[in-house]
Design a protein around this ligand. Structure first.
Ligand code: SAM
Length: 230
């Protein structure tokens, strides 16, 4: 075994626009021995764009424990690794958090260095106009168990609430918000941020429901939902 373990760099990548990558992220991706990717094909587009030719290996939410052991073994051997997800910051509603925790537990001598960059929740919050001094981030809402309880929490929250939503569930979520939020309470939707059809709209649940029902093409894409504090 090598005496000095390698470093794991947790590298944020663009959430759409490939130009949203830091110089430090690029130099890190160029210098490491191996890049761990949520989906190697997605990351290849980014690497090709910046002419980075490095070996990649998949690490995602269904990766087995043996893959994790393999990764920790590489760090023990002194290899430097970068961890990226398909978009944004790894570990934030994305693979990575568990790997980082296990490396901290099993190989505490290894350095874990975050390379900060885009995250959809911060991007949306920054342009929402809502109170950003404190907020609650809920990740993805559960589809069934615990969903109603969360809507109650959102309704009672005296902080801005931010969560991720998919094209398939955005209308259902708006309908639930319409049911539970008091009249006049504002919601903002950040859709396709940094991409061609980027849009940030705000209004009451009723207004946004009407807006999307009359323009169904606007229900497509990726969403960040923000609910104004009570
Ligand atoms: N780790 C990522 C981050 O730091 O933003 C989040 C990954 S999570 C699996 C993907 C979700 O983030 C999408 O379903 C969507 O809710 C949100 N998201 C990612 N990119 C987005 C974008 N360009 N515009 C709006 N929402 C986005």
């Amino acid at each position: 075994m090598h005496n000095i373990p390698g470093t794991l760099y947790v590298v944020a990548t663009p959430i759409g626009n490939l130009e949203d990558i830091t110089l430090r992220a690029l130099s890190t991706l160029k210098e490491v021995d191996l890049i761990l990717c949520e989906d190697t094909r997605t990351t290849k587009k980014l690497l090709d764009r910046y002419s980075i030719n490095k070996p990649t290996m998949s690490y995602h939410s269904h990766s087995k424990l043996s893959r994790e052991k393999d990764i920790i073994g590489k760090l023990e051997d002194g290899k430097n690794l970068a961890l990226v997800s398909d978009a944004g910051t790894p570990s934030i509603s994305d693979p990575g958090a568990l790997l980082v925790r296990h490396i901290r537990e099993q190989l505490p001598e290894a350095r874990i260095i975050p390379i900060p960059g885009p995250s959809a929740l911060i991007t949306a919050l920054s342009a929402s106009g809502f109170d950003t001094s404190s907020f609650t981030f809920l990740g993805f809402l559960p589809h069934k168990k615990g969903r109603e309880t969360l809507f109650k929490e959102i309704t009672l929250s005296d902080r801005t609430v931010v969560f991720y939503e998919s094209t398939h569930r955005i209308m259902k979520t708006l309908a639930s918000l319409k049911e539970c939020l008091e009249e006049g309470r504002k919601i903002a939707l950040g859709r396709e941020l940094t991409k061609k059809f980027e849009e940030i709209v705000s209004g009451t649940a009723t207004e946004l429901e009407l807006y999307l029902t009359t323009q169904p093409e606007k229900t497509k894409g990726e969403f960040v939902v923000l609910v104004e504090a009570r």
